[in-house]
Design a protein around this ligand. Structure first.
Ligand code: UDP
Ligand code: MG
Length: 318
């Protein structure tokens, strides 16, 4: 029988987990041809999440609990889960039931057809403000323009991955991960299915605008060097205009003598160039910061407990 691992990163989800488990139990019963295991990655929760999971694990053999040593964020929690997944396929699911487990049935169907990455695209986004929708839309359009790999819009991490994709993802050990882009980057045969995203059933989202901005910058700096190129091009462009203007001033001065007034234009040029220089420096800094972080070669995460028995191992690949 084929094994399917359901990976659920959970951070302070004590209210949502019982309902999620009930739903997973129901759906897995509908897919009798597969052996399921539910791999919960506790991302350093400060509430009773791990406690609840451990109690569930005592009763249900299928449950696995992987507790990280602190809160690393969802990207890293997913990576830990990917490292520990044993199934022939892996389904990544949010703990808050925003991704309906029912869709797993359809995903498995497409997997059997030979697709390696069946991802769920959001037809609607309930429980999200129009502000979030618009900014997210603009952002993906922009990111797509600057990178060659096709990105999937309105798609989260909710997807089924074949063993081949799991093994591919395991080899990518960037510390600052942008998993959404990595799914596209690894390639393989992809299939899109549509679903309606529900509002969370309990608890509240861990995202705020600051986090989102960080993730957005991560997306750019990890997948394209276009911003660097833009600052180069802007530099050339501004220098070119400045050069022409210089010639105009030179000729004018030679013909009509020096012109003392000109404070406003002087000020404008200084401020404008100053601004451009600062932005360019910032852009370079972003990339430099990434290089700095990657050169430290730290392990991505530490495990506190795995199915209760304490194992302290640095995971770098397996
Ligand atoms: N999550 C996590 N670590 C974090 C933040 C979130 O593992 O630091 C998990 C969270 O428990 C949930 C999933 O990531 O299962 C999605 O989080 P959330 O619902 O807050 O994000 P949203 O659905 O609003 O994008
Ligand atoms: Mg959510």
């Amino acid at each position: 029988m084929k094994k399917v691992t359901i990976l659920i990163p959970a951070y302070n989800e004590e209210e949502a987990i019982p309902a999620l488990y009930a739903e997973l139990d129901r759906v897995s019963a509908l897919c009798g041809d597969y052996l399921f295991d539910f791999l919960f990655v506790d991302d350093g929760s400060s509430d009773a999440t791990l406690f609840i999971l451990e109690q569930m694990r005592q009763k249900d053999q299928r449950i696995k609990t992987l507790a990280l040593s602190r809160n690393y964020g969802k990207e890293t929690a997913m990576m830990a889960g990917i490292d520990y997944a044993e199934g022939d396929a892996l389904v990544i699911l949010d703990a808050d039931l925003q991704d309906p487990p029912e869709l797993i049935i359809e995903m498995l169907k497409w997997w059997e057809e030979g697709y390696d990455d069946v991802y769920a695209k959001r037809r609607t986004r309930k429980g999200e403000s129009w502000m979030k929708r618009i900014t997210s839309k603009r952002y993906y359009a922009m990111l797509q323009k600057t990178t060659r790999i096709p990105l999937q819009r309105d798609t989260g991490d909710f997807r089924l991955l074949d063993r081949r994709c799991i093994d591919a993802l395991k080899t990518i050990r960037e510390t600052q991960r942008y998993t959404k882009g990595l799914f596209s980057w690894i390639g393989f045969k992809k299939k899109e299915i549509l679903f309606d995203r529900q509002p969370r059933i309990a608890g509240k989202t861990k995202w705020n605008y600051f986090n989102l901005i960080n993730l957005a910058i991560e997306g750019f700096t990890s997948f394209t060097i276009v911003p660097l190129r833009i600052s180069t091009i802007a530099g050339f462009f501004v220098s070119f205009i400045a050069f022409i203007y210089m010639i105009i001033i030179l000729i004018r001065t030679l013909m009509f003598g020096p012109d003392v007034s000109g404070y406003p234009s002087l000020m404008m040029v200084i401020l404008f160039l100053g601004g451009i220089q600062l932005i360019s420096l910032g852009v370079i800094g972003e990339y430099l910061g990434r290089i700095f972080n990657e050169t430290k070669k730290r392990p991505l995460y530490f495990i506190d407990t795995y199915n209760e028995e304490k194992v302290y191992n640095i995971s770098d690949g397996n």
